[in-house]
Ligand binder design. Structure first.
Ligand SMILES: O=C(O)C(=O)C[C@]1(C(=O)O)C=C[C@@H](O)C=C1
Length: 267
């Protein structure tokens, strides 16, 4: 749950971008944590581990359901930047919190796509292939990664709302929405310079945060003279993977959320 959403000026585009920048750090750290364990493929296979409580599905889905059930009861999913992976979550046991209604009501939840990307693309590339029996630890890290990715991608709704309200573009967005012109909306909300800067920053962060400080005595804050820090040899996480994850999946899916949110904006 985010305190940002209770602050005035929440829809300022620079503030929203700062939240996205902070989430880059969270996502890199979560990925580095998961990378400690083997792929443990059984946790992603339906009934791969067998359940004594009659649950039918993957161990990851069972774990998500358990965690999200508890979190739903303490209002996590009433926060407009939090989206569950589990379909039927219980109602909160606490009174509803008053969030300012900054978003138009909408039914956009791309968590199924996020889970597929994570299982098919992220896990096989960051983890050593095989089974180390750390099923609970691996799935705990999976859930942290998934929640961070979900929060980041669904934040696109706030970014879209901010862009929609910008007087410079408002009338154009209204027209394009009325024309159902998704491609033109996508083009209008795209800022290639911001994307390029993001990818460059991300690579630097992945290199610095992912370093094995035991193996590397260089000060990561000092610009390296040659190789060593930037060549990735002492880096614990795959920097290319982090950049590709954002380039191929995180940014495009955030943009899909933005477009779909705008398509429902005038309903
Ligand atoms: O910062 C924005 O303007 C966004 O819409 C977010 C975002 C992103 O996902 O990082 C998506 C689309 C833009 O092309 C640039 C960046």
């Amino acid at each position: 749950m985010s305190l940002d959403l209770l602050q005035p000026g929440i829809l300022d585009l620079n503030s929203l971008r700062n939240v996205l920048i902070r989430l880059e750090d969270t996502i890199i750290f979560c990925i580095a944590e998961r990378a400690q364990f083997h792929t443990n493929d059984l946790i992603y296979q339906p009934d791969g581990l067998g359940f004594k409580d009659g649950f039918s599905g993957t161990f990851l889905d069972w774990f998500l359901e358990q965690i999200e059930t508890v979190h739903a009861k303490v209002r996590r999913y009433q926060s407009p930047d939090e989206y569950p992976f589990t379909k039927n979550i219980p109602a909160p046991i606490l009174d509803a919190l008053e969030y300012p209604s900054v978003l138009k009501p909408n039914n956009i939840n791309v968590n199924d796509q996020i889970k597929s990307i994570y299982i098919d693309f992220v896990v096989p590339q960051i983890c050593e292939s095989g089974d180390d029996k750390n099923y609970g630890s691996a799935a705990t890290r999976d859930i942290e990664c998934l929640q961070a990715l979900s929060r980041r991608i669904h934040y696109g709704k706030f970014v879209a709302e901010s862009k929609f309200l910008d007087p410079k573009y408002h009338d154009t967005y209204v027209k394009l929405i009325k024309d159902h012109d998704r491609d033109a909306i996508m083009a209008l909300l795209t800022n290639e310079q911001v994307e390029q800067k993001l990818l460059e920053r991300l690579r630097k962060k992945a290199m610095i945060y992912g370093q094995d400080f035991e193996a590397n005595t260089m000060n990561p804050l000092v610009q390296p003279q040659s190789g060593n820090v930037t060549d990735g040899r002492n880096v614990k996480i795959n920097c290319d993977l982090v950049v590709e994850l954002y380039r191929k999946h995180v940014i495009p899916l955030t943009k899909v959320v933005e477009v779909e949110y705008l398509m429902q904006r005038l309903d």
